[in-house]
Design a protein around this ligand. Structure first.
Ligand SMILES: Nc1ncnc2c1ncn2[C@@H]1O[C@H](COP(=O)(O)OP(=O)(O)OP(=O)(O)O)[C@@H](O)[C@H]1O
Length: 241
């Protein structure tokens, strides 16, 4: 279970998150949506330790992550796939995926076994393993990033706008791959601009605006909510208590 309570924080002393809170059940998919600049990416960066919250607490499976470094947080099993591509273009698909194991002190044999497991899970990894990552399409690169994040068998994966800039066909592959990671028991917390995509995948949806949660519910509750359109087009209700 991921639990963020009353989190305040942002960049250079300026709060972007103002009393943000969320509970994500173990094994579920939760999607955060909201207008541009609402602070969605800031939530993920705060959870992965890139940003330090000024106030509030971040607890995952009973472990308090507040104030831990990004590397310590990865070691607890919380791994982020950032919005901007982070692959090494001149390395092969396999080399990029294997890099996901670098913070681990596991024996090389175990990492190779994990790689084979992931190659079985993501057909693209098996098929294109020897190709340079720079030769792949945007959607294919995302899958490599997913596999790299899965190398450490994380309990939580944070996805920052996984469909950004992708065509419908690639979005469908991302949809399927996200479900596959979740089916392996990984809890997924994602941020999406594409509300339709988020709603189609998530068990629960969190709508945020101006650094706080304004709506929360199942995907169908949020899809049918009368305030949803207003939140995106400028008639936001007051943040809830
Ligand atoms: N590195 C940074 N330094 C200073 N301010 C930042 C930085 N990154 C983001 N911000 C500001 O924080 C606010 C929230 O940004 P954030 O990226 O979390 O929003 P978002 O909801 O993910 O929006 P988008 O969908 O546009 O990415 C914005 O006003 C943004 O300008």
């Amino acid at each position: 279970m991921i639990s963020l309570s009353d989190v305040y924080g942002g960049y250079g002393g300026l709060d972007i998150l103002s009393g943000f809170g969320i509970q994500v059940e173990k094994g579920s998919i939760n999607c955060i949506v909201g207008p541009n600049g609402a602070g969605k990416s800031t939530v993920l960066k705060t959870l992965s330790g890139v940003l330090r919250p000024r106030r509030g607490s971040i607890v995952v499976d009973g472990i308090d992550l507040t104030g831990m470094s990004p590397t310590e947080i990865i070691r607890t099993g919380v791994v982020q796939v950032p919005q901007r591509h982070g692959l090494f273009a001149t390395l092969t698909v396999r080399q990029n995926v294997m890099m996901g194991g670098y913070v681990d002190r596991r024996a090389a044999g175990r990492l190779r076994a994990r790689y084979e497991e992931l190659a079985g899970m993501f057909p693209l990894i098996a098929k294109r393993s020897a190709e340079r990552a720079g030769s792949l399409s945007g959607g294919q690169r995302r899958i490599v990033e997913f596999a790299r994040a899965m190398m450490l068998d994380p309990k939580v994966i944070l996805l920052d706008e996984p469909t950004l800039g992708l065509d419908p066909q690639s979005r469908a592959v991302i949809h399927e791959s996200t479900r596959a990671m979740n089916a392996m028991g990984t809890t997924i917390l994602m941020v999406e601009q594409n509300v339709r995509f988020g709603l189609s995948l998530a068990d629960r949806v969190t709508v945020m605006s101006a650094g706080a949660v304004v709506l929360e519910g199942t995907a169908s509750e949020i899809a049918d909510h009368p305030d949803l359109m207003g939140l995106f087009f400028g008639h936001a209700p007051e943040p809830r208590e």
